[in-house]
Write a protein that binds this ligand. Structure first.
Ligand code: SF4
Length: 86
């Protein structure tokens, strides 16, 4: 049987339907000292009225609020490799 091992029992959890998104570690001093642009809200491909990516990607992991929450929870963030700033 394929699936993910479950420490609480012998039954395996169902396999993920999709791979989890890759997140990069962010050093706290870098986060505090640099005024960086790495969110969808900073990207040329972001339609702020409709809250969607014009390239067709799901922006949920790259929105400023999601990245900030992820940083404070785990010290990492999901950076979009297609972010473009004009
Ligand atoms: S290209 Fe990436 S950063 Fe830009 S809007 Fe789309 S998902 Fe967001």
């Amino acid at each position: 049987m394929t699936g993910i091992s479950n420490k609480k029992g012998k039954v395996k959890s169902a396999s993920r339907l999709t791979a989890s998104i890759k997140k990069d570690k962010v050093h706290p001093s870098d986060y505090l000292n640099y005024d960086t642009r790495f969110s969808c809200e900073d990207c040329s491909h972001f339609d702020s009225e409709k809250q969607l990516c014009t390239l067709g990607y799901n922006p949920i992991h790259h929105l400023k609020a999601t990245q900030t929450e992820q940083f404070f929870l785990a010290g990492n963030m999901a950076f979009c490799r297609f972010l473009e700033i004009d």
